[in-house]
Ligand binder design. Structure first.
Ligand SMILES: [Zn+2]
Length: 310
């Protein structure tokens, strides 16, 4: 059986092409040959797209911690570089040939597309993630002038240094626990108007638990005590403070404490008592403020509590 190819609407070309006639056999042969060539080419092309990249959660919203997990092909041994919107993020080994990068987000992170570039000796992957808007509760606060000047350079410097810690080890294991049995008196992410003006840079960078002074505070996950600060040293805004390093850029801070029962350098287990609830620093009643930081961003602890993050 013969088949003539014609190109409708191109009379001149059509006439020329009439000379070329193909048997079905030759067409099938060429198609097969083409497919084999393509397969061989793909199988032997240099490690392009050789990293497997998984993004969790697939549909994050503001406050979520986005985990970018890279699995390298067999034989690769070097940690990939991960850039997000052209900023390089810390990447840590989490197993044989597996690496994780956290993209911490907050109410201050613009919703929209975040371009991820995973690059290393085995090629480049270029996935994107879409961050959705989330609505946060709003508070209206009236302050007398001068009230916002509280806090010493000493405490800000020490807390800033704590937030920069990037320990390569992963100390936590499994879901984070509640650090206090007190009721949640203020949730993560609350936005504020001060004297009628929206505070663009403010959001509640943690969760507040209200309970009587002296009620125990426990470590939500294992880690190393990396900061102990006291009112007597100049922690006038934070009050008595503990900073706990969970490793791989993840850190907890506990402020307004009454007593502190750990020292810097101590290693603590999940559930271990580290201090008690107080009303120290800029606090209007006994409560614990627990802030969970990933890199230097205060993220929503909830996904860490429900076991979404490995
Ligand atoms: Zn708070």
């Amino acid at each position: 059986m013969k088949q003539t190819f014609s190109f409708y609407g191109l009379p001149g070309l059509n006439a020329a092409l009439k000379k070329f006639q193909f048997s079905w056999k030759s067409v099938v042969f060429m198609a097969l040959a083409g497919a084999v060539t393509l397969f061989v080419t793909l199988a032997h092309r240099p490690a392009y797209a050789a990293y497997d990249v998984q993004i969790r959660p697939a549909g994050p919203s503001q406050g979520d911690t986005v985990a970018i997990v890279t699995t390298e092909p067999p034989g690769a041994t070097s940690i990939p570089t991960v850039r997000i919107n052209d900023v390089t993020y810390p990447t840590f080994a989490i197993g044989e040939g597996r690496y994780r990068t956290f993209l911490p987000t907050s109410p201050l992170h613009a919703s929209g597309e975040y371009i991820i570039k995973v690059e290393g000796p085995k090629g480049l992957r270029n996935p994107m993630v879409w961050l959705s808007d989330r609505s946060f509760r709003t508070q209206y606060i009236n302050l007398p002038p001068g009230q916002s000047d509280l806090g010493t350079d000493y405490e800000f410097d020490r807390v800033d240094a704590f937030k920069q810690i990037q320990s390569p080890e992963k100390f936590w294991n499994g879901p984070f626990r509640r650090p206090s049995q007190g009721r949640v008196s203020s949730e993560y992410g609350v936005r504020r108007y001060y004297n009628g003006v929206f505070a663009n840079d403010y959001y509640h960078r943690g969760v507040d638990y209200a309970a009587p002074v002296g009620t125990p505070v426990v470590a939500p996950a294992a880690g190393r005590i990396a900061l102990v600060g006291r009112v007597s040293q100049g922690f006038e805004l934070h009050g008595n403070t503990i900073g706990l390093d969970h490793g791989q850029g993840v850190k907890s801070i506990f402020i307004h404490l009454n007593s502190i029962s750990v020292n810097e350098g101590d290693f603590v287990q999940a559930g271990q008592v580290i201090g008690t609830i107080g009303n120290t620093g800029a606090s209007t009643g006994p409560h614990l403020h627990w802030g969970l930081y990933v890199n230097d961003v205060a993220v929503d602890p909830e996904p860490w509590r429900n076991g979404t993050i490995e």
